[in-house]
Design a protein around this ligand. Sequence first.
Ligand code: SF4
Length: 365
Amino acid sequence: MALEHNRDRHDPAIARHLADRITRTNKRPIRLMEVCGTHTVSIFRSGIRSLLPDTVSLLSGPGCPVCVTAQKEIDAFIKLTREPDTMVATFGDLIRVPGSGSSLQREKADGADVRIVYSTFDALALARQHPDKRVVFLGVGFETTAPTVAAAILAASQEGLKNFFVISAHKIVPPALTALATGKINIDGFLLPGHVSVIIGVDAYRPFFKAHQVPCVVAGFEPTDLLQGIAMLVDQIEAGAPALENAYARAVTDAGNVKAVEVMQQVFEVADADWRGIGTIASSGLAIREAYAAFDALNAFDITMQPVPEPKGCACGEILTGVKIPPQCPLYKTVCNPMAPVGPCMVSSEGTCAAYYRYHSTNKI
Ligand code: SF4
């Protein structure tokens, strides 16, 4: 069933049909992982878990960029706020993430110049407006965000701006799938992220699929999109016929957004990256190329990233890899809640702990 029209994506009859198809087809316990944080929130908000048979489990993966940002990266962001004549520009989700001894929010309250922006280009505008300040944009995100950050660096380069910098903690999704597929948890199928796939296209997953032969379906964000993606995964699993399929063809092509990928690759090169809970994944991050080193905050500031332990008792790492669910964390709802978060999974609007906290009473866990 193709969901080509808007009315299809909101049609309860289609949702019911897809849920029935999943129930009819499913014969054994299976574990699916939705890799994307936006999928996690959409699944909870729409109550999809309650429509699935008990034998189909949904695990939330490492698809919330704030959540997978390593503790040492958060600490480096906080150190930047203490540099003289420096303004730090960040997306709002990051501001409350606890570092080892502080947070961006606490530094701001103590007088640091921390600005919340909605786009990298807002940070660029701040650099133009404040030539006496060094403006650092905190680059956190996946392939969805990185092209815009790259475009801002290109614009700064063309304008000859000398006071705009980016600290790149960007991460890319396909290498993380390999880490998950070879990790502690047996995952029967992956619901692949919609937004990231708009940029990188279905072809970007082919090497992973070829190597691991795990059922994979790219899915959109409406409830029927998600149910269709789950139904396609269940079909593949029950038939013993793994495939890489696209349930979001109205937005995702095989090649992706070629121009956006070109811009991203012009400015960034692939590098190893540390993921919270997973550790270092080879070739899973984006570093600023030498040609644009003048805009790299790691060159312009005396900032080093030292490995630091994650918050004591916080199980974010295990939650991001599907090993645990939030109620299995002893701090969940006891000392950790959205008003007093211990880890980033409770801070971010796309975090799994925040989604459980907000929606668990209306969902099957
Ligand atoms: Fe970390 Fe809080 Fe989630 Fe526990 S409930 S894993 S402490 S964010």
